[in-house]
Design a protein around this ligand. Structure first.
Ligand SMILES: [Zn+2]
Length: 153
């Protein structure tokens, strides 16, 4: 998925999560969710976030590879358990944002290995990154965001 599709989906999921989890600090919650909706691609030097953090991205890519450990469920779970005790809303925001990214990558052709490196099984879907199908999906997400904002604002 392109970073803007991840951002849009992260934003949509953050709006839905505010209602679902009854979040109090809404703006901070949205910002953290949106940040973590693109964060996992730090493991790819050519990604938007990778290019902005070249050194860190190169190190992570060298050690873990792209769509390896940084695209597994372990990192968000570890972050969640650390941050939940500091501030439960931050913990939830990280989990929601990170999982929104994993979900979107899981429906691409390349897929992810959510339990890597313990279990190597890959899950994937029909969408090719940057294809017309992804662009349609992006527009659907934008439509849902607009719809949601119109109802709740
Ligand atoms: Zn990714």
């Amino acid at each position: 998925m392109m970073y803007y599709t991840h951002l849009a989906f992260g934003f949509l999921v953050s709006l839905l999560s505010i209602e679902f989890f009854n979040i109090q600090n809404k703006l901070i919650f949205i910002l953290i969710v949106v940040f973590f909706s693109i964060f996992p691609d730090i493991d790819e030097r050519k990604s938007k976030i990778g290019r902005k953090n070249k050194t860190l991205s190169t190190i992570i890519n060298f050690i873990f590879g792209h769509r390896g450990f940084f695209h597994s469920i372990y990192i968000p779970l570890i972050f969640y358990f650390i941050f939940y005790y500091i501030n439960n809303e931050i913990g939830i925001a990280i989990l929601v944002g990170y999982f929104s990214h994993l979900f979107m990558d899981a429906i691409t052709k390349n897929g992810i290995r959510p339990l890597y490196p313990i279990i190597n099984k890959k899950i994937n879907g029909p969408i090719k990154t940057n294809s017309i199908l992804e662009k349609i999906l992006f527009l659907v997400i934008i439509f849902l965001i607009s719809y949601f904002l119109l109802i709740y604002l």
